[in-house]
Design a protein around this ligand. Structure first.
Ligand SMILES: Cc1cc2nc3c(=O)[nH]c(=O)nc-3n(C[C@H](O)[C@H](O)[C@H](O)COP(=O)(O)OP(=O)(O)OC[C@H]3O[C@@H](n4cnc5c(N)ncnc54)[C@H](O)[C@@H]3O)c2cc1C
Length: 397
């Protein structure tokens, strides 16, 4: 159902689809935000450059940095949907988060340096926000940056750093004022990931792949010119850049629809069993609800009437339905479910096993479902605030 489409958009969609079919660097076998093998990274850098050059990414940037005066948010939704259903790679890294931070808060020198390098795929960014003790409660972060002349000395540890092993630049949040209230005294930096004292340690996940990393900082000397925005104002920089992310709802709904199609194919030989029909029907219905929620969120964004609950609602329903879908796929495979990628007996070369093991990640990444439910309850419905969440930060750093 595409209540919002028109001839222009249909023509644009056809062009994007043909472009992706013609130029994509290859089918992405695993679902989710995954890191490629190192030898595939050059192909993704080129793909990134191609997408920007074609105007399919970065259209909302100011024209002097390659944006377009006729950029339209509806087209950005179409691109996100087509990239998801094309089952190909997105540009990797945290460019979609870093670019708005640089555009809104960066110095002219930072804009001139970083924005062209994001467009060309020359710089892959990683997001250095989460820490072992600071995920949902990000403002509790302890990595510190201490001013020493014209440099900051950074010490601490980050975790969950997606694509950190491939990153050229890190979008870092570090505490610069130990005595300030919890959400103050944090500064945003653009740091060169090759600086001495940075140790990126890839983590092997339950999927058998390495998508994220631990990153350690031991006396890393970062030039003061790497600060993004004002010192101690990193909380505002980070929140503002997160708020720019608008196409995720479109990508999630499209990916789910595509994968429910896989489930239907897997289940088809057993459609004679009413329990199978019921389960697949239930999941397909939920996927349609996610699609409708996504379209409602998109319509509200286009009308400038976004509500705080829009994206969290889509994300919760998407990740729960995605999890149920992968569990159903594993059940349908029965004993074959133990065969994984590379095994000759594996169905769809182990796609289901990987998707099943990865499905939990969607319920955590970008804000856990529990925390998003708090957002909906407190900020959307006006329910009383969760006292545990709003307790003051401990005085021990
Ligand atoms: C695949 C993946 C990729 C990621 N990539 C990056 C990245 O590139 N860079 C980066 O900086 N971070 C990244 N993250 C980290 C992500 O942002 C955090 O995992 C997330 O914010 C949750 O933090 P946490 O893991 O510390 O869990 P915690 O915050 O410790 O939560 C643990 C549990 O407690 C629950 N909980 C916490 N607070 C509340 C509350 N107030 N009310 C109810 N329940 C609560 C949570 O829902 C969860 O179930 C990634 C995560 C994943 C899964």
């Amino acid at each position: 159902m595409r209540a919002d489409t028109n001839a222009d958009l249909d023509e644009f969609r056809a062009r994007v689809r043909a472009f992706i079919a013609d130029r994509n660097p290859g089918v992405k076998h695993h679902t989710g935000v995954r890191a490629p093998d190192a030898d595939f990274v050059p192909a993704i850098r080129k793909w990134t450059a191609d997408l920007f050059a074609a105007g399919y990414l970065g259209g909302e940037w100011p024209e002097q940095y390659g944006g377009s005066s006729d950029w339209d948010l509806r087209k950005a939704f179409v691109v996100a949907e087509e990239l998801a259903t094309g089952q190909t790679w997105l540009p990797i890294g945290a460019y979609a988060l870093a670019a708005p931070a640089i555009l809104d808060f960066g110095t002219d020198a930072q804009k001139d340096h970083y924005l062209p390098r994001i467009r060309s795929g020359e710089d892959i960014w990683c997001q250095l926000f989460s820490e072992p003790g600071a995920g949902s409660d990000l403002a509790s972060l302890r990595t510190r940056a201490r001013l020493d002349g014209d440099h900051y000395i950074v010490d601490g540890q980050k975790v969950w750093t997606t694509n950190g092993q491939h990153a050229d630049v890190g979008y870092l949040l570090a505490r610069t004022d130990q005595d300030a209230p919890k959400h103050k005294g944090i500064t945003a930096f653009a740091i060169d990931m090759t600086l001495p004292g940075i140790d990126v340690r890839p983590l092997r996940e339950i999927t058998g792949t390495t998508d994220f990393n631990e990153v350690f900082f031991d006396g890393v000397r970062v030039p003061a010119s790497a600060v993004i925005g004002e010192v101690d104002n990193g909380w505002t920089v980070a929140n503002s850049s997160l708020a720019h992310e608008r196409t995720g709802v479109a990508a999630m709904a499209s990916e789910l629809q595509l994968n429910v199609g896989r489930l239907v194919d897997l289940a088809r030989p057993r459609f004679g069993e009413s329990s199978v029909r019921r389960e697949v029907g239930r999941i397909a219905t939920h996927a349609t609800v996610v699609d409708l929620m996504s379209r409602r969120a998109q319509s509200r964004m286009l009308a400038g009437q976004t509500e705080i609950t829009d994206a969290p609602t889509v994300k919760i329903f998407f990740s729960d339905t995605n999890l149920a879908m992968t569990e159903a796929g594993m059940r349908l495979e029965g004993a074959d479910g133990i065969a994984t990628e590379g095994d000759t007996a594996a169905v769809d070369d182990g796609w289901w096993q990987d998707a099943y093991l990865y499905a939990r990640a969607w319920t955590i990444a970008g804000g856990t479902n529990e925390v998003l439910k708090n957002v909906i309850a407190e900020r959307g419905l006006g329910l009383p605030r969760d006292p545990a969440w709003h307790r003051p930060r401990s005085s021990t750093p």
